[in-house]
Design a protein. Structure first.
Length: 320
């Protein structure tokens, strides 16, 4: 019997590559579950009902679904773990495949993974090596310390009553067996890339809008993390000058020990102006001084992309 794959996507303000992501897996998928809306940290930048403020909902509604594979639920969520589990009770596939709204696949890679899982039915989890594009379609990000770092948990063998725990990284927990599927029999993303040329294509740092949205969201996450205990924070944080003040305060070296004690990375609140906008003018200087991500403690640089994009991306590039 042919294996069936249920895709799960959580999305908020993710219209940039949403259509291409869905298109790349639609024919292959058994079903696709899309959970749309803001988590608590993003409520201040969402619509009143928690929905996206860009064209995400329109893209979802306009996407052709002749086989009725797509189920969408909108809402306001406490965290991404709750989002992911909101539709898991409807899953009917043999495997769950986590899908980002800016993540795209080649058809041949999907088929290869299906073939390998069919040949090895005891495998319970698949990780995938990500290719993360930066500032367009010609360069990708890599870690200075570990070029093979970008490996993501993506596919789990599904059993009824299983549910997700955590988000970074996510894992599927099965209470009936008392185990995490991601810690059992794993098909490694590095092996998939090295032996079969299989990878996921992540277009998450490509457009100006994506970076602005990330800055808004992660600034809010950061401020909430550090604001625990500040009186009337839920009220005062809505005042722009107050937010700017706390960004400056939380960036000072004096807070480094407090931040590390909470296992929270150091964030460049001026990333958009110091890195993103200046990168195209002086790439080498920016990458050597700041890296290309928000977190300066995990420096990343860029290298030329040597491969080929998925076909749906070439179709998009032709339209740009």
């Amino acid at each position: 019997m042919s294996l069936k794959f249920s895709f799960l996507m959580i999305v908020f303000n993710g219209d940039d590559f949403l259509h291409q992501s869905l298109e790349s897996v639609y024919d292959f998928a058994h079903d696709i579950f899309v959970i749309e809306g803001a988590v608590k940290e993003a409520w201040p930048i969402a619509n009143v009902d928690g929905s996206s403020t860009d064209n995400t909902i329109q893209v979802l509604n306009d996407f052709p679904d002749p086989l009725k594979k797509i189920k969408i639920i909108h809402g306001k969520w406490s965290d991404k773990e709750e989002m992911t589990n909101a539709l898991i009770k409807y899953v009917t596939g043999d495997y769950i495949w986590r899908l980002d709204s800016d993540e795209v696949y080649k058809s041949k890679d999907l088929v290869k993974i299906k073939t390998l899982l069919s040949q090895n039915p005891k495998l319970t989890h698949v990780t995938l090596r990500g290719v993360d594009f930066f500032h367009g379609f010609d360069r990708i990000m890599i870690s200075k310390d570990d070029p093979n770092k970008h490996v993501a948990n993506r596919i789990w063998k599904f059993e009824k009553k299983c549910f997700f725990k955590g988000h970074r990284p996510p894992d599927l927990y099965c209470p009936c067996e008392g185990k995490y599927m991601g810690k059992d029999k794993i098909l490694s993303g590095l092996d998939l890339e090295n032996e079969h040329g299989v990878t996921l294509y992540h277009y998450s740092w490509v457009t100006d809008k994506q970076v602005k949205d990330k800055m808004i969201f992660f600034s809010e996450v950061y401020l909430r993390k550090f604001s625990v205990g500040i009186p009337y924070w839920n009220i005062v944080h809505t005042i722009p000058v107050v937010r700017r003040f706390y960004r400056i305060i939380f960036s000072l070296p004096i807070f480094d020990r407090y931040r590390r004690g909470r296992s929270f990375p150091k964030m460049n609140f001026n990333y958009y102006s110091t890195v993103w906008k200046k990168w195209s003018q002086d790439r080498e200087y920016v990458e050597s001084k700041y890296g290309v991500t928000f977190n300066s403690e995990e420096p990343h640089i860029t290298v030329p992309f040597q491969g080929r994009h998925p076909e749906v991306i070439y179709k998009l590039i032709e339209k740009l």
